[in-house]
Design a protein around this ligand. Structure first.
Ligand SMILES: O=C1O[C@H](COP(=O)(O)O)[C@@H](O)[C@H](O)[C@H]1O
Length: 230
Protein backbone atom coordinates (compact mmCIF):
# COMPACT_ATOMS: atom_id res chain seq x y z
CA UNK A 1 0.00 0.00 0.00
CA UNK A 2 1.30 3.49 -0.86
CA UNK A 3 -0.26 6.54 0.70
CA UNK A 4 -0.05 10.03 -0.83
CA UNK A 5 2.43 11.98 1.30
CA UNK A 6 2.96 15.75 0.92
CA UNK A 7 6.34 16.57 2.40
CA UNK A 8 6.90 20.18 3.50
CA UNK A 9 10.26 21.87 4.07
CA UNK A 10 9.51 22.92 7.67
CA UNK A 11 6.88 22.48 10.35
CA UNK A 12 5.87 26.11 9.88
CA UNK A 13 5.37 25.60 6.14
CA UNK A 14 3.42 22.42 6.89
CA UNK A 15 1.04 24.25 9.24
CA UNK A 16 0.33 26.97 6.68
CA UNK A 17 -0.11 24.57 3.76
CA UNK A 18 -2.50 22.32 5.68
CA UNK A 19 -4.49 25.33 6.89
CA UNK A 20 -4.82 26.53 3.28
CA UNK A 21 -5.99 23.09 2.14
CA UNK A 22 -8.58 22.70 4.88
CA UNK A 23 -9.84 26.25 4.40
CA UNK A 24 -10.33 25.46 0.69
CA UNK A 25 -12.24 22.25 1.50
CA UNK A 26 -14.45 24.09 3.98
CA UNK A 27 -15.08 26.92 1.51
CA UNK A 28 -16.11 24.42 -1.16
CA UNK A 29 -18.60 22.84 1.27
CA UNK A 30 -19.90 26.29 2.27
CA UNK A 31 -20.33 27.27 -1.38
CA UNK A 32 -22.18 24.03 -2.14
CA UNK A 33 -24.29 23.44 0.96
CA UNK A 34 -24.12 26.66 2.93
CA UNK A 35 -22.47 24.89 5.86
CA UNK A 36 -19.36 22.87 6.58
CA UNK A 37 -18.15 20.45 9.25
CA UNK A 38 -14.67 19.66 10.54
CA UNK A 39 -12.96 17.40 13.10
CA UNK A 40 -9.46 18.23 14.35
CA UNK A 41 -6.94 16.37 16.51
CA UNK A 42 -5.41 17.24 19.86
CA UNK A 43 -2.01 16.36 21.26
CA UNK A 44 1.33 18.08 20.79
CA UNK A 45 1.50 18.34 16.99
CA UNK A 46 -1.44 20.39 15.66
CA UNK A 47 -1.11 23.70 17.57
CA UNK A 48 0.57 25.74 14.79
CA UNK A 49 -1.82 24.32 12.16
CA UNK A 50 -4.87 25.08 14.32
CA UNK A 51 -3.71 28.64 14.92
CA UNK A 52 -3.09 29.13 11.19
CA UNK A 53 -6.48 27.68 10.25
CA UNK A 54 -8.30 29.81 12.82
CA UNK A 55 -6.90 32.95 11.17
CA UNK A 56 -8.18 32.04 7.68
CA UNK A 57 -11.06 34.21 6.48
CA UNK A 58 -14.13 31.97 6.11
CA UNK A 59 -17.80 32.21 6.99
CA UNK A 60 -17.00 30.49 10.28
CA UNK A 61 -20.51 31.12 11.65
CA UNK A 62 -21.65 28.40 9.22
CA UNK A 63 -18.93 25.89 10.25
CA UNK A 64 -19.33 23.26 12.98
CA UNK A 65 -16.19 21.82 14.59
CA UNK A 66 -15.50 18.83 16.79
CA UNK A 67 -12.43 16.89 17.95
CA UNK A 68 -11.26 13.53 16.66
CA UNK A 69 -10.88 12.47 20.29
CA UNK A 70 -10.73 13.77 23.82
CA UNK A 71 -8.94 12.95 27.04
CA UNK A 72 -11.39 12.68 29.96
CA UNK A 73 -9.89 15.55 31.94
CA UNK A 74 -11.39 18.92 32.91
CA UNK A 75 -11.10 21.56 30.21
CA UNK A 76 -8.72 23.46 32.52
CA UNK A 77 -6.16 20.62 32.23
CA UNK A 78 -3.21 21.12 29.92
CA UNK A 79 -4.00 17.62 28.57
CA UNK A 80 -7.47 18.71 27.42
CA UNK A 81 -7.83 18.71 23.65
CA UNK A 82 -10.79 21.09 24.02
CA UNK A 83 -8.49 23.51 25.84
CA UNK A 84 -6.00 23.24 22.96
CA UNK A 85 -8.55 24.26 20.32
CA UNK A 86 -9.73 27.07 22.59
CA UNK A 87 -6.19 28.44 22.74
CA UNK A 88 -5.42 28.02 19.02
CA UNK A 89 -8.21 27.53 16.47
CA UNK A 90 -10.77 29.60 18.35
CA UNK A 91 -8.46 32.55 18.98
CA UNK A 92 -9.01 33.90 15.46
CA UNK A 93 -12.05 34.47 13.24
CA UNK A 94 -12.89 30.78 13.77
CA UNK A 95 -14.16 31.71 17.24
CA UNK A 96 -17.50 32.21 15.47
CA UNK A 97 -17.79 28.49 14.63
CA UNK A 98 -20.10 26.15 16.47
CA UNK A 99 -18.31 23.57 18.64
CA UNK A 100 -19.49 20.05 19.51
CA UNK A 101 -17.38 18.96 22.50
CA UNK A 102 -16.58 15.34 23.28
CA UNK A 103 -16.05 16.09 27.00
CA UNK A 104 -19.18 16.04 29.13
CA UNK A 105 -17.94 16.64 32.70
CA UNK A 106 -19.48 13.41 34.05
CA UNK A 107 -17.27 11.23 36.24
CA UNK A 108 -17.03 8.55 33.54
CA UNK A 109 -17.15 9.21 29.78
CA UNK A 110 -19.64 6.37 29.24
CA UNK A 111 -22.21 8.43 31.17
CA UNK A 112 -21.97 11.20 28.57
CA UNK A 113 -21.89 9.14 25.38
CA UNK A 114 -25.60 9.36 24.51
CA UNK A 115 -25.46 13.17 24.71
CA UNK A 116 -22.14 13.35 22.86
CA UNK A 117 -23.39 11.11 20.03
CA UNK A 118 -26.65 13.09 19.76
CA UNK A 119 -24.74 16.37 19.46
CA UNK A 120 -22.39 14.91 16.84
CA UNK A 121 -25.37 13.67 14.81
CA UNK A 122 -27.10 17.04 15.10
CA UNK A 123 -24.15 19.34 14.41
CA UNK A 124 -21.24 17.75 12.55
CA UNK A 125 -22.08 14.47 10.83
CA UNK A 126 -21.29 13.59 8.13
CA UNK A 127 -17.92 15.34 8.26
CA UNK A 128 -16.66 17.36 5.32
CA UNK A 129 -13.12 17.22 6.65
CA UNK A 130 -11.27 15.20 9.27
CA UNK A 131 -7.67 15.90 10.30
CA UNK A 132 -6.08 13.20 12.46
CA UNK A 133 -2.81 12.89 14.26
CA UNK A 134 -1.02 9.58 14.80
CA UNK A 135 1.02 8.15 17.64
CA UNK A 136 4.18 6.11 17.15
CA UNK A 137 2.12 3.19 18.52
CA UNK A 138 -0.07 3.61 15.38
CA UNK A 139 -3.10 5.02 17.16
CA UNK A 140 -5.22 7.62 15.37
CA UNK A 141 -7.92 9.65 17.15
CA UNK A 142 -8.11 7.55 20.37
CA UNK A 143 -8.23 4.23 18.52
CA UNK A 144 -5.33 2.71 20.46
CA UNK A 145 -3.89 -0.77 19.94
CA UNK A 146 -5.06 -2.86 22.90
CA UNK A 147 -7.94 -0.51 23.83
CA UNK A 148 -10.91 -2.13 25.54
CA UNK A 149 -13.51 -1.02 22.98
CA UNK A 150 -11.28 -1.04 19.91
CA UNK A 151 -13.14 -3.84 18.12
CA UNK A 152 -16.49 -2.11 18.70
CA UNK A 153 -15.05 1.21 17.47
CA UNK A 154 -13.74 -0.38 14.27
CA UNK A 155 -17.10 -2.05 13.47
CA UNK A 156 -19.09 -0.73 10.50
CA UNK A 157 -22.12 -0.23 12.77
CA UNK A 158 -20.25 1.59 15.56
CA UNK A 159 -21.93 4.65 17.09
CA UNK A 160 -20.25 7.94 16.13
CA UNK A 161 -18.27 8.12 19.38
CA UNK A 162 -17.20 5.64 22.03
CA UNK A 163 -15.63 5.85 25.46
CA UNK A 164 -12.30 4.03 25.49
CA UNK A 165 -9.59 2.95 27.91
CA UNK A 166 -6.20 1.88 26.61
CA UNK A 167 -2.90 0.78 28.12
CA UNK A 168 -1.12 3.51 26.14
CA UNK A 169 -3.40 6.32 27.36
CA UNK A 170 -3.04 7.73 30.87
CA UNK A 171 -6.70 8.78 31.15
CA UNK A 172 -10.05 7.57 29.78
CA UNK A 173 -10.74 8.71 26.23
CA UNK A 174 -13.60 9.45 23.89
CA UNK A 175 -12.99 8.82 20.23
CA UNK A 176 -14.73 9.22 16.92
CA UNK A 177 -15.19 5.74 15.49
CA UNK A 178 -14.21 4.09 12.22
CA UNK A 179 -17.45 4.81 10.30
CA UNK A 180 -17.07 8.54 11.01
CA UNK A 181 -13.38 8.61 10.02
CA UNK A 182 -14.04 6.57 6.89
CA UNK A 183 -17.13 8.60 5.95
CA UNK A 184 -15.56 12.08 6.00
CA UNK A 185 -15.40 13.55 2.50
CA UNK A 186 -11.74 14.61 2.93
CA UNK A 187 -9.20 13.16 5.38
CA UNK A 188 -5.71 14.34 6.33
CA UNK A 189 -3.09 12.79 8.55
CA UNK A 190 -0.76 15.32 10.19
CA UNK A 191 2.60 13.89 11.25
CA UNK A 192 6.00 15.39 12.02
CA UNK A 193 9.40 13.83 12.64
CA UNK A 194 11.25 10.80 11.33
CA UNK A 195 9.84 8.48 14.01
CA UNK A 196 6.28 9.07 12.81
CA UNK A 197 7.28 8.72 9.15
CA UNK A 198 8.78 5.35 10.07
CA UNK A 199 5.63 4.47 12.04
CA UNK A 200 3.53 5.28 8.99
CA UNK A 201 5.63 2.87 6.91
CA UNK A 202 5.00 0.17 9.55
CA UNK A 203 1.26 0.85 9.39
CA UNK A 204 1.29 0.59 5.59
CA UNK A 205 3.00 -2.82 5.81
CA UNK A 206 0.62 -4.10 8.50
CA UNK A 207 -2.64 -5.83 7.62
CA UNK A 208 -4.39 -5.99 10.98
CA UNK A 209 -6.41 -2.88 11.92
CA UNK A 210 -6.34 -3.77 15.61
CA UNK A 211 -2.53 -3.71 15.55
CA UNK A 212 -2.42 -0.53 13.45
CA UNK A 213 -5.71 1.37 13.99
CA UNK A 214 -4.47 4.26 11.81
CA UNK A 215 -5.23 1.90 8.91
CA UNK A 216 -8.84 3.02 9.25
CA UNK A 217 -7.63 6.13 7.42
CA UNK A 218 -5.11 4.43 5.12
CA UNK A 219 -7.77 2.07 3.74
CA UNK A 220 -10.42 4.70 3.11
CA UNK A 221 -12.05 4.67 -0.30
CA UNK A 222 -12.35 8.49 -0.16
CA UNK A 223 -9.28 10.75 -0.38
CA UNK A 224 -6.54 10.76 2.27
CA UNK A 225 -3.44 12.95 2.18
CA UNK A 226 -0.60 12.73 4.68
CA UNK A 227 0.97 16.10 5.54
CA UNK A 228 4.52 15.59 6.76
CA UNK A 229 7.59 17.61 7.79
CA UNK A 230 10.80 16.50 9.52
O1 LIG B 1 -3.42 11.52 22.57
C1 LIG B 1 -3.46 11.94 21.43
O2 LIG B 1 -2.47 11.59 20.57
C2 LIG B 1 -2.53 11.78 19.16
C3 LIG B 1 -1.12 12.07 18.70
O3 LIG B 1 -0.64 13.16 19.47
P1 LIG B 1 0.79 13.83 19.31
O4 LIG B 1 1.03 14.48 20.65
O5 LIG B 1 1.77 12.73 19.02
O6 LIG B 1 0.68 14.83 18.20
C4 LIG B 1 -3.50 12.89 18.77
O7 LIG B 1 -3.73 12.86 17.38
C5 LIG B 1 -4.80 12.76 19.54
O8 LIG B 1 -5.75 13.72 19.13
C6 LIG B 1 -4.48 12.92 21.00
O9 LIG B 1 -5.64 12.87 21.83
Amino acid sequence: MTTAVERHPSREALAGALADRIAADLKAALDTRGRATLAVPGGTTPGPFLTALGARPLNWERVAVTLTDERWVPTSSDRSNQRLVGETLFRGPAAGAEFAPLYGATAEPAQSMDAVCASLERLVLPLDVVVCGMGEDLHAASLFPGADKLRAALAPDAPPALAMRAPGAPEPRVTLTAPVLRGAAHAYLLIVGAAKREALARAEAETDEETAPVRVLLTRTKPLTVFYAD
